[in-house]
Design a protein around this ligand. Structure first.
Ligand code: NA7
Length: 539
């Protein structure tokens, strides 16, 4: 019996913002597309990250698809920064509206993908035994989708409840009256802590590295404001598509150097009052010029000092190992003030490291604290983790994981030499996590589908990044990062949160619009840097 699967035109892995966009538009292009998704339904990041307080740090009006005006008009966001449930409802609505689910197989985690040089196709296998083949393989498997579990001694012995923010249960979790230990103070920890504190009898926050967090200043969007936002949307979209980070906001137009100290503070204050991550870019060159960054950091410290009463807690919460904004700034609702409450405490693991997790709690050097619940908000193997977890074998059976063992090489972030027809959307070397991912995903999906259409029109069956082009792009990505303060910071941007991961700055810092312009130029020139080939031979 012939068990060879009937090949599709393309397989899209992932049903988040990017994957769904790719599936919708591949189908519109008349392609036979199969979507594979680990989760039981659409949503991607927003399917998994159901932890209390989970919300996007890009304004909801901007963090949505731009490809369909009717969709834009009919969806009404209720808050300035949408919660995870609201974003998930939005993506479910999109799935219904464009009949997306009929293309997907859910609960299908991709385990392996093999390139067959003879047929110029990928064969994909999932952990539940599904085998499918396709000419093209689009990886929309997420930039922050491979959670990390810390290797703390005794973790398996804990007798209470254990939760990961990145895999929070769908069923309600009752923390009322419980003693909760929260490990990790990135975005996930900082967003969830105040909500956990509101329910728990006691909250102990275990902090390894102090982070910068800026109040989100979230609020409901009233009808008048919504009507105004709807009117402004075309202009917001235009600015977003032409901006450096996929949102309409830009840094203060006047250079820092030309202003007096009080005027500089007024600019910082205005940015602070706007709320959220944009404080990282109050001034132009704030993450490039140490003097500007230092002024922003000192402004932050003054705000922090106003929020936290206990001097030791304040000292422990004050970041001391990286410039502001070179790790993604966290946005919160009441994080720092929460530490003024008597049932909330902070353990600075730099002074008082964890020795072990015991059946009844966590033992640090100073002693054991008894806990009923442990929450891990310990981050992700970002940008490459989802891909290197799979057995992806390109030409000559080379594993992608091995190809990237010492350096993550890509062309434009979306293609890898030796892995024809594999397109890594939002991959390392794209602006991805540094931009509004809703628009970034559209751009990546659209570009991949246009490359596929170009090949079909020209009679090519494969497109592969040339080694030289990938070398040049990867060097460019590194050089751009090296010119900034980002390069001085250990973070998940550089893979330094994962043992053994090569220390490269992974996302592209050159800006959203310049990146798009570069890719458009390459498309207009017939895709230089890609080797286009066909089953019969190469051209
Ligand atoms: P992050 O930002 O990577 O934060 C992970 C946190 O977990 C961070 O504070 C880590 O400390 C901490 N961590 C990791 N391992 C340990 C161990 N073993 N012990 C103690 N603390 C640990 O992940 P998030 O999910 O919060 O946010 C990721 C992005 O999602 C965010 O930037 C937004 O873009 C959305 P460290 O700093 O490494 O010392």
């Amino acid at each position: 019996m012939d068990t060879t699967p009937v090949p599709h035109d393309l397989i899209v892995v992932g049903a988040g913002f990017t994957g769904m966009h790719a599936v919708i538009h591949a189908a519109r292009q008349g392609l036979d597309v199969l979507g594979l998704e680990t989760g039981a339904d659409v949503g991607g990041t927003w399917y998994w990250n159901r932890y209390p307080g989970s919300r996007c740090d890009v304004e909801s009006i901007d963090y949505s698809y731009s490809f369909d005006e009717e969709l834009e008009r009919e969806w009404r966001w209720t808050e300035r920064y949408a919660t995870q449930p609201e974003i998930l409802r939005y993506l479910e609505h999109v799935a219904d509206r464009f009949d997306v689910r009929r293309h997907y197989r859910f609960e299908q985690e991709v385990a392996a993908a093999d390139w067959d040089e003879g047929t110029q196709r990928w064969t994909v296998r999932t952990t539940s035994g599904l085998v499918a083949a396709a000419r093209w393989l689009l990886m929309a498997s997420g930039s922050l989708s491979r959670p990390l579990a810390p290797t703390i001694p005794g973790r398996a012995d804990f007798a209470g409840e254990v939760y990961f923010t990145a895999a929070w249960p769908k069923e309600p979790v009752d923390l009322n009256g419980k003693r909760v230990g929260l490990i990790g103070t990135g975005s996930s920890g900082i967003q969830s802590a105040p909500i956990i504190a509101a329910a728990a009898k006691e909250l102990v926050v275990y902090q390894r590295t102090a982070n910068y967090s800026v109040p989100a200043l979230n609020r409901p969007i009233g009808d008048e404001e919504w009507a105004r936002e709807q009117q402004q949307l075309p202009e917001r979209r235009r600015l977003s598509w032409h901006g450096l980070a996929g949102s309409p906001w830009t840094a203060h137009p006047v250079p820092f150097e030309t202003l007096r100290p009080a005027e500089r503070d007024a600019v910082f204050e205005e940015s602070w009052e706007r709320g959220g991550v944009l404080f990282a870019k109050a001034f132009m060159r704030q993450t490039v010029d140490p003097a500007i960054n230092e002024a922003a950091r000192r402004f932050f410290e003054r705000k922090l000092a106003q929020a936290v009463r206990d001097p030791q807690t304040l000292a422990d919460l004050t970041p001391d190992d990286h410039p502001i904004g070179t790790k993604r700034i966290c946005t919160d609702s009441g994080y720092y003030a929460m530490f003024n409450e008597p049932h909330v405490s902070l353990v600075n693991l730099k002074r008082d490291p964890i020795v072990e997790i015991t059946p009844g709690g966590i033992r640090t050097r100073s002693g054991e604290r008894e806990l009923d619940v442990l929450v891990f908000a310990t981050g992700f193997d970002a940008l490459t983790g989802a891909l290197t977890a799979m057995e992806i074998r390109g030409r000559q059976g080379v594993l992608l994981r091995d190809a990237w063992a010492t350096r993550v090489t890509t062309y434009l972030g979306i293609a890898v030499p030796g892995f024809p027809n594999l397109l890594t959307l939002n991959g390392a070397g794209t602006p991805s996590v540094l931009t509004n991912m809703a628009l970034g995903g559209e751009q990546q999906s659209d570009y991949a589908l246009r490359l596929i259409a170009h090949c079909a029109r020209q009679g090519f069956t494969s497109a592969e990044a040339s080694a030289d082009a990938a070398e040049a792009w990867t060097t460019h990505v590194a050089e751009v990062a090296a010119g900034t303060l980002f390069a001085t910071t250990r973070s998940w941007y550089t893979g330094s949160n994962v043992e053994g991961k090569p220390a490269d700055f992974l996302p592209y810092l050159g800006g959203f619009r310049p990146y798009i312009d570069k890719l458009e130029q390459i498309a207009a020139e017939g895709y230089p840097g890609f080797v286009l080939g066909s089953v019969a031979g190469s051209s």
